[in-house]
Structure formats: structure tokens, C-alpha cells
Write a protein that binds this ligand. Structure first.
Ligand SMILES: [Zn+2]
Length: 240
């Protein structure tokens, strides 16, 4: 199996909030996309593990993912250790992605920082022939970081204006986590479950869309720089 874009998140819903527009757009364009969560989100304030697994299934279908899986690394205690790295190396070798999406390396949630490190290190280790998992080695061509709580200066922004409805459906599939106007006070409230969080998410996508002259965008960062092959192709039709 060869997946074009494989996204990793610490918890179910991390990737949906930050990068599902980009994944939906890629899948609609014919790319094979996948999503792996390192934990099952068992430490979440709202919802049970079973609820979050159902929501993950539903959301994955909406995003048109070719593969989706939850690993069972410990929510709230993610750390780059041998067990975590081997679990991720096995998935990278199984799905052989060209591109890996992962959380930005600095964030307010320690699990997001740990997940970033686990995936970054595993993507390198996965290319080492002598690290034996009984699978062929594989190293992704590029690691692309998505934005969770803490912002960064993006390397590029993906226009997701045409996919906002699907992104909203993919996020709202997580009924236990996000704001629900039918049940606004269901259970203990968290930042994500507030109506204000939804407004903030929309404002962020509108802000990054504006920066590329579009309605909505998702920001990403890479460690290096991007080569531009043709100036006219890349910049000739930009209107500001
Ligand atoms: Zn998270």
C-alpha cells in the first residue's frame, strides 16, 4: 500500500481541526489520504473512548480517507520512547506515505509536542534498513507541520474555501467534543466545547485564507524552504 498523505495526531479530532480541509481537498483530487491517532483520547474531559471511536469512524468517512487507525499509546503521557517510535515506524512502513502531516513542534498541550517529536523521529528511523520490524524501510519525502493551539509563521497556506462545509461536518462528527447548539450545556464544558472556540477556528481559517487572497485557508510549516520552479506559474495570477 502507498498512501500519498498520511496525517498523525495525538488525539482523535486534532487533525480534523487543523488540517481536514487539506485532506478532503487532496482526497477529492484523487490522492490517497490516511489518518492515524497515537492515542484514543481516553483522558478527554468530555465523551467516552467508545464515543470518540464512533466519532472518529464517522469523521474519517466524511473526509474520504483511504485508511484511518487509532493506536493505543497513553493519552496525557505521550513521550518519544522506544515503544512509541516503533509503533509509528511500523505504520510509516506499512502505508509508505510520500508526505507526513504532524503537529507543530511547540504547543500548549504537551501531547502535541510529544507527538510531533515521536513522528519526526520515527519518519527518520523508518528509513534505516537495520532497524528491523520485518518490513521494508521507508522514509517520507517531506514532513509538514500543522497548527494546533500555538501559531507559527507558515511556510505555505492551502486554500480550502471550497471544502469548508465538509470540514465543518468532519469536525461536528465529534459531537462529544465540540459545541452543539442543540445541547449547549451537555456535560462539563471545555475550551473546545464552547461556542467561542468555533468562532475562533473560523476566524483563523478566514485570516489565513485572506493572506493568500482566498476565503479560507489552512497554514502549514516545513523545516526547510520550498523551491519555486516557475515564477509565472506560481505568482502570475495572484491578485491583491
Ligand atoms: Zn489534541
Amino acid at each position: 500500500m502507498k498512501i500519498d498523505i498520511l496525517a498523525f495526531g495525538a488525539h482523535p479530532d486534532d487533525v480534523e481541526l487543523a488540517a481536514s480541509g487539506t485532506l478532503i481537498k487532496a482526497a477529492r483530487g484523487g490522492s490517497m489520504t490516511g489518518l492515524i491517532t497515537l492515542s484514543r483520547g481516553e483522558m478527554g474531559t468530555r465523551g467516552t473512548v467508545e464515543m470518540r471511536a464512533d466519532e472518529f469512524e464517522k469523521s474519517s468517512r466524511i473526509m474520504g480517507l483511504s485508511v484511518h487507525e487509532m493506536l493505543s499509546l497513553p493519552d496525557g503521557r505521550l513521550a518519544s520512547d522506544e515503544i512509541s517510535r516503533e509503533a509509528v515506524v511500523r505504520k510509516i512502513r506499512q502505508y509508505r506515505p510520500a508526505i507526513v502531516l504532524l503537529p507543530y513542534w511547540e504547543d500548549r498541550h504537551p501531547d502535541h509536542c510529544a507527538a510531533s517529536r515521536i513522528v519526526q523521529e520515527s519518519a527518520f528511523l523508518s528509513g534505516l534498513r537495520k532497524l528491523d520490524t520485518g518490513q521494508e524501510p521507508h522514509r517520507p519525502a517531506e514532513l509538514i507541520y500543522y497548527m494546533s493551539s500555538w501559531e507559527f509563521e507558515p511556510s505555505f497556506i492551502v486554500d480550502i474555501s471550497d471544502f469548508m462545509e465538509d470540514k465543518e461536518r468532519a469536525i461536528r462528527a465529534y459531537g462529544s467534543q465540540v459545541y452543539d447548539s442543540e445541547n449547549p450545556r451537555g456535560g462539563e464544558q471545555t475550551f473546545i466545547s464552547s461556542e467561542h472556540f468555533w468562532e475562533l477556528l473560523l476566524a483563523r481559517m478566514a485570516h489565513y485564507g485572506r493572506l493568500i487572497g482566498k476565503s479560507y485557508g489552512e497554514p502549514f510549516k516545513i523545516r526547510g524552504l520550498i523551491e519555486i520552479r516557475d515564477l509565472v506559474d506560481s505568482f502570475g495570477e495572484r491578485i491583491f
